[in-house]
Design a binder for this molecule. Structure first.
Ligand code: TYM
Length: 335
């Protein structure tokens, strides 16, 4: 038996619509590397998703490659994981169209990300932004993924993917594996450092609220020093009343592996100043090896190109197997 038949499959992706954030690292990528030995893994740069919001073409291209370097630097070994660029495997666009015919208008209207993004991009509420979840369902179902490791904000999309797959299977038999979301217990929702009631997001207009994987240490420390806390002085986990402090505790917990109890004890009797510095330093040290390795890889364009080309070829083999099965079930004449 080969690996593919014994190991379960994982697929996940990130939109290169902005520089990679600490939120995406802690909520998603950090888990990916840990899963490589146990699962058959597909990780993509979701460039097709990124164009649902206007992108500068040169920057999109640059960020897609930077994202690839960061994936590898964060521990995804291209020998063990299939790493590819979404637009290189045209089966994604093809299955997305099919699935959009099995996704209901009402379902798409209820998606939180659509509501948020249409509020933020009121002058460009395009059809792609609306049907985005059908493309994401195609990403996942093409690879017959068992697990989809994502942050908490993507749970609704994975649940819709399950509904679409169940609906399709109900009509045509067992075509798709029904995937499960895989969401970390701590780190699933990292908040902005300056407005801790909002998610840390690469599209954040306030640069101080977001930490980027490739950011230099001085800038990271500056953002942590300025992080919003509250009028008390006690480091205590209480999301409702102390969102800023609780967010910093969450970041520190994932960065160090410490529990909230241990963190509360560590900072007993100390002020927020000390606490913010310690969290900042932990993040700097967590990201330092990734940034350094990513920069080293970015100097080797030929290697990165070989990784994404090889990744696309491997991904395409699996993706077209599923797509061909779907086309046959639908009654399309074989090409
Ligand atoms: P995206 O690009 O917004 O985010 C990438 C991943 O990072 C997680 N994440 C966070 N986790 C914790 N705290 C945060 N502040 C934070 N911000 C982002 C996200 O949950 C996600 O896991 N639609 C997806 C991309 C995608 C995808 C897929 C994911 C396209 N196709 C197929 C999985 C499977 C998205 O917009 O993620």
């Amino acid at each position: 038996m080969n690996d593919q038949t014994v190991k379960k499959t994982i697929l996940s992706g990130i939109q290169p619509s902005g520089a990679l954030t600490l939120g995406s690292y802690l909520g998603a990528i950090k888990n990916w590397a840990a899963l490589a030995d146990e699962y058959n893994c597909y990780y993509m740069m979701a460039d097709m998703h990124a164009i649902t919001v206007r992108q500068n073409p040169a920057e999109l291209r640059k960020r897609t490659i930077e994202q690839l370097a960061a994936y590898i630097a964060a521990g995804l070994d291209p020998e063990k994981n299939t790493i590819f660029i979404q637009s290189h495997v045209s089966a994604h666009a093809e299955l997305s169209w099919v699935l959009s015919c099995y996704t209901m208008f009402g379902e798409l209207s209820r998606m939180t990300q659509f509501k948020d993004k249409s509020a933020k991009n009121a002058d460009n509420i395009n059809a792609g932004l609306f049907t985005y979840p059908s493309l994401m369902a195609a990403d996942i179902l093409l690879y017959q993924a068992d697990l989809v490791p994502v942050g908490g904000d993507q749970k609704q999309h994975v649940e819709l993917t399950r509904d679409i797959a169940v609906r399709f299977n109900g009509v045509y038999g067992d075509v798709f594996k029904i995937p499960e979301p895989y969401i970390p217990k701590v780190g699933a929702r990292i908040m902005s450092l300056t407005s801790p009631e909002n998610k840390m997001s690469k599209s954040d207009k306030d640069p101080g609220g977001c930490i980027y994987i490739m950011q230099p240490p001085e800038e990271i420390m500056r953002s942590f020093k300025r992080a919003v806390t509250d009028s008390e002085t006690q480091v205590r986990y209480d999301v409702a009343n102390k969102p800023g402090v609780s967010n910093l505790m969450q970041i520190y917990a994932v960065a160090t592996g410490k529990s909230f109890d241990e963190i509360e004890k560590e900072f007993e009797g100390k002020g927020y100043g000390d606490f913010k510095l310690t969290v900042g330093e932990a993040v700097v040290e967590l990201l330092r090896p990734i940034r350094e390795e990513a920069n080293r890889l970015l100097a080797d364009k030929a290697y990165l190109e070989s990784v994404y080309k090889d990744g696309a070829a491997r991904a395409a083999r699996t993706a077209y197997r599923t797509l061909n099965k779907v086309y046959k079930k639908l009654g399309f004449v074989a090409r």
